[in-house]
Design a protein around this ligand. Structure first.
Ligand code: DX5
Ligand code: ZN
Length: 218
């Protein structure tokens, strides 16, 4: 797949949210990434439905919601109703039964389903689900905060997952989320990742349009 950059709106300026959404519309980014944190699954709380709705009203590109919450199945339909196209839940937040229920619900709502794994979770746990999902999310940082340092072991995990996906002959793409920058994105793509979430690499720049372009082309 062509490289997709998904700016994380958690790093946007919430006082100028519409401006930042329009910047993403104008940019070479492919998706909007929405980080949903509940203060339970992760220590931090981010934003909820009113902010997602405000973004959805301006966004002209697919919305990708990353649920870092407990009991994610309770909210899947509400994200679909907002127009979200891709939705990921965390492996660590669900039992096997719940994961299967989430995947079914995400699909019944017409969205692409992803499973995210924390840095300490091995890639192999995803094997039973690869045939049922559209994408996996490999966390490059511990979920909860933007602007953290990339965990170098993530790179090897992407390579292992890419081999697992090729070996299983399934159509599943790899998203890397956390710590993505121009320093690691080309290597991660070479190893098999296709979608790259970029919070601080986008919004801590004085020129986010150029920052996104650099991520897309480096
Ligand atoms: C981490 C979030 C990420 C994060 C990305 O909990 O899921 O999407 O905000 O931010 P950067 O790119 O700054 O690591
Ligand atoms: Zn995220």
């Amino acid at each position: 797949m062509p490289r997709v950059i998904a700016p994380s709106m958690l790093s946007a300026d919430f006082g100028h949210l519409e401006r930042d959404c329009r910047m993403v519309n104008r940019s070479v980014a492919g998706w909007f990434h929405l980080d949903i944190m509940d203060g339970m699954f992760v220590p931090n709380i981010s934003f909820g439905f009113p902010v997602c709705k405000a973004i959805a009203q301006v966004a002209e590109k697919p919305l990708d919601a990353h649920l870092m919450i407990v009991e994610p199945w309770r909210y899947i339909e509400r994200f679909a109703a907002l127009g979200v196209k891709y939705l990921s839940v965390h492996y660590e937040a669900c039992s096997d039964r719940h994961l299967k229920e989430c995947i079914k619900l995400i699909h019944d709502c017409g969205m692409g389903a992803g499973i995210a794994i924390n840095p300490e979770t091995p890639a192999e746990v995803l094997i039973p689900y690869l045939r049922q999902i559209e994408y996996v999310v490999v966390m490059g940082v511990h979920p909860g905060y933007s602007g953290q340092k990339y965990i170098p072991e993530t790179t090897e995990k992407v390579a292992v997952l890419a081999e697992m996906i090729a070996g299983a002959e399934v159509d599943c793409f790899i998203q890397v989320d956390g710590g993505v920058s121009t320093a690691n994105i080309a290597e991660l793509e070479r190893l098999g990742a296709g979608v790259f979430v970029a919070g601080s690499a986008t919004f801590s720049s004085d020129d986010p349009l150029s920052a996104i372009k650099a991520l897309k082309t480096v």
